[in-house]
Ligand binder design. Structure first.
Ligand SMILES: NC(=O)c1ccc[n+]([C@@H]2O[C@H](COP(=O)([O-])OP(=O)(O)OC[C@H]3O[C@@H](n4cnc5c(N)ncnc54)[C@H](O)[C@@H]3O)[C@@H](O)[C@H]2O)c1
Length: 349
């Protein structure tokens, strides 16, 4: 498949490199309004300064749109009308009504459309998904995801609401998508606290609680300015909690364990043999009480995102990230904003 990449900034250049490295895929053209961004490209890749010229290039079968978020709607509609298949960076749109207009153009022009939600293929997430599905910690009641940063300020267009900035439209889209992909149950309610702690316009902290019909609660907390001086501080965590243990995963190079107790504390007695009650749950565990198991990490390759897309276009495989899933994630985002504004939980499905 021959690709054209639109927007050659941070993410666009990663797309060019990824496609170049994959079998039966080629990046034949790149477009960026900033000619400086085109300078470092291989000589054989065609360079365009405007999207219309790239879309008129018949060699390009699929476009990857990696421009700032506010550009996606117009560019997806144009690309669909030009008959190109489309991978659009996340968030595909800044609202569900914008996405509806885009999906209409996709339908009218019979092209394949997906959004680059490749974090479904992260090893930590795949491992959590496997543990959840196989009941590694029993019946799951809570799944927590935490991401803590320290620089605080965002940069460039990310600091403006009108450009689609803020951390909900950034990491938030991946995190919500992961939970909706993981928990196969209707999402009943959403509660959110969203703030701009040190950024003037856009959100840089949120806590989101999603309650699913199957009684699983998902909790997402992200802050770009949540600090610690502990040497063992980790910027991100997963916590999968069930009635047969907990599984934790820390860090971007994931490390973690399954943790269980070798017995419950109901039979704890003092030296005189008297029952001393459940409050001892919070003291130091006695030696041997906590037992751990190594995690078997699920191997995963983010480039499978592109392989899947090509096979889906060729009719050989189901698309990994489907339009209705992209739409559901945007609806959740909108409910998050509503909950934060009203300070109430929002009923969902
Ligand atoms: N999937 C992921 O993990 C991931 C990670 C980072 C960014 N992203 C997404 O990728 C997109 C781009 O983010 P980025 O961090 O690479 O931004 P960036 O600012 O680094 O790059 C954007 C590029 O688009 C160009 N551009 C702007 N308007 C254009 C237009 N009308 N036509 C052509 N080119 C234009 C800019 O000159 C720039 O080179 C965003 O939607 C972002 O959310 C996704």
């Amino acid at each position: 498949m021959k690709f054209g990449v639109i927007g050659h900034g941070f993410m666009g250049s990663l797309h060019v490199e990824a496609v170049k490295s994959l079998e039966n895929m080629e990046c034949v053209a790149v477009c960026d309004i900033d000619s400086m961004r085109l300078e470092a490209l291989d000589a054989k890749i065609k360079r365009y300064r405007e999207i219309d010229s790239l879309l008129a290039d018949e060699e390009v079968e699929t476009v990857i749109i990696a421009t700032p978020n506010k550009c996606h709607k117009e560019q997806v509609i144009k690309a669909a009308r030009a008959g190109k298949h489309i991978i659009c960076e996340k968030p595909a749109a800044m609202s569900s009504s914008d996405l509806d207009d885009m999906l209409q153009a996709v339908k009218d022009n019979c092209i394949v459309f997906s959004s680059h939600l490749q974090r479904r293929l992260d090893i930590d997430f795949q491992t959590i998904k496997h543990a959840y599905e196989c009941g590694a910690v029993g019946d799951v009641y809570l799944i927590k995801r935490m991401l803590y940063g320290y620089h605080g300020n965002m940069h460039d267009w990310h600091v403006h609401i009108s450009e689609g900035g803020g951390m909900l439209l950034d990491w938030g889209v991946h995190l919500i998508d992961q939970f909706l992909y993981l928990v196969d149950s209707p999402l009943k309610s959403i509660y959110a606290d969203v703030r701009n702690v040190i950024n003037f316009e856009v959100d840089d902290y949120y806590k989101v609680i999603l309650r699913f019909e199957n009684m699983v609660t998902a909790e997402i907390e992200l802050g770009t300015y949540m600090l610690s001086d502990k040497p063992d501080w980790f910027p991100c965590h997963w916590y999968l909690c069930g009635n047969k243990g907990s599984l934790y995963v820390d860090n971007f190079e994931p490390e973690g364990k399954i943790v269980r107790t070798n017995r419950l504390l109901t039979d704890i007695t003092d030296a005189a043999g008297r029952y001393i009650g459940p409050t001892r749950s919070f003291g130091q565990p006695e030696p041997g009480l906590i037992v751990t198991e190594e995690i078997s990490w699920v191997p995963s390759d983010a480039n499978d995102y592109y392989r899947n897309f090509v096979r889906a276009v060729r009719g050989k495989e189901e698309l990994l990230v489907k339009p209705f899933e992209i739409r559901r994630t945007l609806s959740v985002l909108e409910a998050i904003w509503e909950s934060a504004r009203t300070m109430k939980s929002v009923e969902f499905e």
